[in-house]
Design a protein around this ligand. Structure first.
Ligand code: IDP
Ligand code: MG
Length: 139
């Protein structure tokens, strides 16, 4: 399997609760290489473009308000099979159902406040990472 990139976010609840360092440590210990990293306070326009496939869903207003609560950490991760392996480390969407040891199990507070984001396929990973990072930012 070739090296692959994925896009990750440390979401507002995990930033507010002081878990940036623990999440980055877990990423490094899992063997991912961080190729881009920045902090941003997202706006409605940015969130609507990023989560475009969810914009008409009932939960979108709650998701949008949550994602604007405080700054987030945006990251590009590289590794073998990175998309699948990052989602495995995150755990399932509803953090109350996420397996022990996963980041959503450790730091999530329900289905919306689930601590981290990860792209769901290599194609969405490339779209999402270029949405937030320019070629100049990707070391
Ligand atoms: P994912 O983040 O595990 O890929 P998606 O279905 O893509 O899950 O949903 C995007 C985000 O929207 C979730 O991470 C979560 O924060 C929020 N979300 C998803 N489903 C619900 C729901 O049923 N109620 C409230 N929030 C939800
Ligand atoms: Mg998703």
């Amino acid at each position: 399997m070739a090296l692959e990139r994925t896009f990750a976010i440390i979401k507002p609840n995990a930033v507010q609760d002081g878990h940036i360092g623990e999440i980055i440590t877990a990423i490094e210990q899992a063997g991912f290489v961080i190729h881009g990293l920045r902090m941003a306070h997202l706006t409605p326009e940015l969130i609507e473009g990023f989560y475009r496939e969810h914009i008409h869903k009932a939960f979108f207003p709650e998701l949008e308000a949550f994602m604007m609560e405080s700054p987030v950490i945006l990251m590009v991760l590289e590794g073998e099979d990175a998309v699948r392996r990052w989602r495995e480390l995150m755990g399932v969407t509803d953090s109350s159902k996420a397996a022990p040891g996963t980041l959503r199990n450790r730091f999530g507070k329900g289905i919306t406040r689930n601590a981290v984001h990860g792209s769901d396929a290599p194609e969405s990973a490339e779209r999402e990472l270029h949405y937030f990072f320019s070629a100049f930012d990707l070391v």
